[in-house]
Design a protein around this ligand. Sequence first.
Ligand code: FEO
Length: 185
Amino acid sequence: MFMETNRLSNKLAKALNNQMTNEAHNAQIYLAYASWISDKGYEGIANFLFRHANEERNHMMKILEYILKRGAKVTIAAIPAPGPDPVSVNDCFEKIFKSEVENTASIYNIVNLSMAEKDWATWNFMQWFVKEQTEEETLALDLLAKIKVAGGANAKADALYTLDKDLADTPDDATLAQDVTVEKP
Ligand code: FEO
């Protein structure tokens, strides 16, 4: 008699596989924007976005490993194209924020599913992504705040030059609000 070793429901396996594609799609978006902005001469911002593309691939791998660990099937699907290039640095950062918010909605959907199924292993696994999305949204908001200071949609070349230098040294991860203490504001 065949013993069932798959610990994921079909529904959750499908949602997690789909999320892998979302993360790969996000990596493509960051790669596309990084290439676009590198072509414009902003190597600092490009470098920041290239590094972030790697983070998105890591997110994909984390989910892939989890699906395998739970005995379910991994399906590698086609990655949708990243869409049109941004029209400005401002537009680029706005698009990044939008795609991160969409990704958060997709993560929350899996959390909801795992809760409905009482699959606490998946629920627990997904909490890392819930926290990560808070960080990613903060990072995107930081980018938007920086471009706003530089003049937003009307940012001038010298302000963008400073922003480019600034982002070359920006760490990949934003400081999570949860990690902030009175001693370490
Ligand atoms: Fe993997 Fe930027 O979310």
